[in-house]
Design a protein. Sequence first.
Length: 124
Amino acid sequence: MHDALSQTFAALADPTRRAILSRLSKGEASVTDVARPFLRDMSLPAVTKHLKVLERSGLITKTRQAQWRPCKINAQGLRGAADWIEDYRRFWEESFDRLEAYLKTVTAKPAMKGRKRGKPKQAQ
């Protein structure tokens, strides 16, 4: 994948990576801290691979401070995906607005089937 949007969506497709982003949305954390909740189900190298995918897609940044490797979310990395989704949100809202307008015209017409005009229906 060469385009940024495809890389972003591929990175977001994995639930582990989405969980990592959720953790990093609360603030910067070391690789060890990020990996801790996942170590019961996967190895540290597996978590590190997930971090590399997120970093390559521009969703996180990882720096080095001596032995500490802080990771933090890169909000700008989500900008392309958010913009793309926004276009479709507008499309769906406009579609729902048109549907609502149509339904108002359909439901506003009185039901006249099987009734004679001018005579009210009597209760039985």
